[in-house]
Every structure is written in C-alpha cells, then in structure tokens.
Design a protein around this ligand. Structure first.
Ligand code: C2E
Ligand code: CA
Ligand code: CA
Ligand code: CA
Length: 257
C-alpha cells in the first residue's frame, strides 16, 4: 500500500469511527489514589486488529490528518470524562490528550479545545494537554496558542521531558503546569542513574511544578519515586492502557502503589 493509499485509509478510519481511545491510569505516588488518565489512540482496523499509534500517527503527522485525529481525540476524551463524571460522580479526575506539533502550530487549536470543553461541559482544569518540545520547534504561534490555552484554564503538561533538547533553563520559559519525565530516565539500575533522576525531579520542583513519572514498570521504580518526592505515576506497574469498558470493570479494583 502506498503512502497516499494509507493516508486515505486513515482518513476513512476517522469517518468510519474506527479510531478508539484507551485510557491509562495516573495515580498519586503518595496515596495511590487515581488522579486521572492519559488518552492513547489506537486504530481498530477491520480484518487487521488493533494498531498502535506508532503505526499510523507518523503518517498522519506528515499530512493534515493529524489535526483531524487531534480534534477527534479532544472531543472523544472530554465526552468520556463527562460520561464518567455522570456515572460515578468522579468529578475531580483529569484526562490528558496528546497534541501534535502541527495542531499546536495552527490557530484552530484554540477553537477546537473550546468546542470540546463546551460540548462536554467538563471543567477546563480537568483537561490536560500533553505537548512535547518537538511540537514547539520554531513555533511563535505555538507559544501564543499555549498561553491562550492556559488562559482558558486547561492544564499544559510537557511530555517526554529530558528526551530531546529541553533543558531546565528552557523549561522556565515554557508556560506549562506539569512536567512528565521521559521513561528512559526512570532507570534504577545504578546509583548514578538514580541520582540523575533525582536531580531532574529536584530541578522541576525548584520551578514549582509537579512531576509525573511515566513508564513505571517495577516496584523498585515506585520506591525511587516515593524517595525523591515525585507526585504522580503512570506505567504498566500502575495500570495498563484500557478500553473504557475494560476500565469500568476495573474501576473498583485497587491500584497497586
Ligand atoms: P507517549 O505520549 O509517551 O505515551 C506513552 C506510551 O508509553 C504509550 O504508548 C503507553 O502505552 C506506553 N507505556 C505506558 N506505560 C508504559 C510502561 O510502563 N512501560 C513502557 N515501556 N511503555 C509504557 P502508545 O499508546 O503506543 O503511544 C505511543 C505514542 O503515540 C505516545 O507516546 C504519543 O506520542 C503518541 N500518541 C498516542 N495517542 C496519541 C494521540 O491521540 N495523538 C497524538 N498526536 N499522538 C498520540
Ligand atoms: Ca503523552
Ligand atoms: Ca510520554
Ligand atoms: Ca516517552
């Protein structure tokens, strides 16, 4: 299948409602209490199965399709949170949506977010937008959009911190509310890597921002998070990304922190 055929297939998938969001729990490190979810897109492709984002997001990024996926994800995730609010009265849960660079650099992002908030009726502070530094490259408009989105009351989370060129110095200039440290830094194998992780956490805390650790797979990683005072944890040891129905079935099961 050529790239353009694949693009057409993705476009059709959006129209045919073949995209689904799975939700991965984010919990408080200290208490283990559920704080919210990250929404992660999958393509339930007929005759093929569930495709992970790595298999179609890069193609969608090369075309405008990523914005369509972004709008769809914003609407879907906020509607899901509203439905959970109604069903279980879980009014303080948050939902984090990944925003692509293309979308963040387009002026429509502000309307798209406003529409999702209005349609779902959720409190703006319950919506977290996850951005990466690559989404900000060269983006004067992106910075303007970030400030306006924040002004609307949504929370901004810098994803994969440490994975690229982001320095703590640059972090001081970004209008973000949360920092997600890249999972590669959650390395407990040596005293040196543990110290490196601690120093990253300390630097983020020095800016007055809370830290989310992603890729938490082992109990000893959770121990490190507790020891260095990380606020929130996400990863296979905490909870897998799950379809809404699966998640609802797990709702009352205890999260292991
Ligand atoms: P990400 O934002 O860094 O998302 C976290 C990825 O790590 C997810 O992969 C998740 O399933 C995986 N993960 C969670 N816990 C663990 C763990 O304990 N260990 C390990 N090794 N991995 C863990 P996934 O769902 O395949 O998503 C991959 C990437 O696709 C995301 O990385 C994000 O950049 C992108 N993506 C996902 N959904 C969307 C979306 O709706 N829009 C856009 N633009 N990008 C998306
Ligand atoms: Ca993310
Ligand atoms: Ca991440
Ligand atoms: Ca990552």
């Amino acid at each position: 299948m050529s790239i353009s055929d694949f693009e057409a297939a993705i476009s059709q998938a959006i129209d045919r409602d073949e995209l689904v969001l799975h939700y991965q729990p984010i919990v408080s490190v200290r208490t283990g209490v559920l704080e919210g979810f990250e929404a992660l897109v999958r393509w339930d492709r007929p005759g093929v199965g569930l495709l992970p984002p790595a298999e179609f997001i890069p193609v969608a990024e090369k075309s405008g399709l990523i914005c369509e996926i972004g709008v769809w994800a914003l609407n879907n995730a906020t509607e899901q949170l509203a439905a959970w609010n109604r069903a279980v009265g879980a009014r303080d849960l948050t939902v984090a949506v990944n925003v692509s660079g293309r979308h963040l650099n387009a002026s429509r992002i502000r309307d798209d977010v406003a529409t999702a908030l209005r349609r779902s009726g959720i409190d703006p502070g319950r919506l977290v937008l996850e951005i990466t530094e690559t989404t900000l490259v060269g983006g004067v408009l992106a910075m303007k959009n970030l400030r306006e989105l924040r002004h609307m009351g949504v929370a901004l989370s810098l994803d994969d911190f440490g994975a690229g060129y982001n320095t703590v110095e640059q972090l001081t200039r970004l209008p973000v509310d949360i920092v997600k440290i890249d999972k590669d830094y959650l390395d407990v194998s040596t005293a040196t890597t543990r110290e490196l992780f601690r120093s990253m956490v300390d630097a983020v805390h020095a800016l007055g921002l809370p830290v989310v650790a992603e890729g938490v797979e082992h109990p000893d990683q959770l121990e490190l998070l507790k020891a260095v005072g990380v606020e929130s944890a996400q990863g296979f040891a905490v909870g897998l990304p799950m379809a809404p129905a699966e998640l609802e079935a797990h709702w009352h099961a205890s999260m292991c922190v």
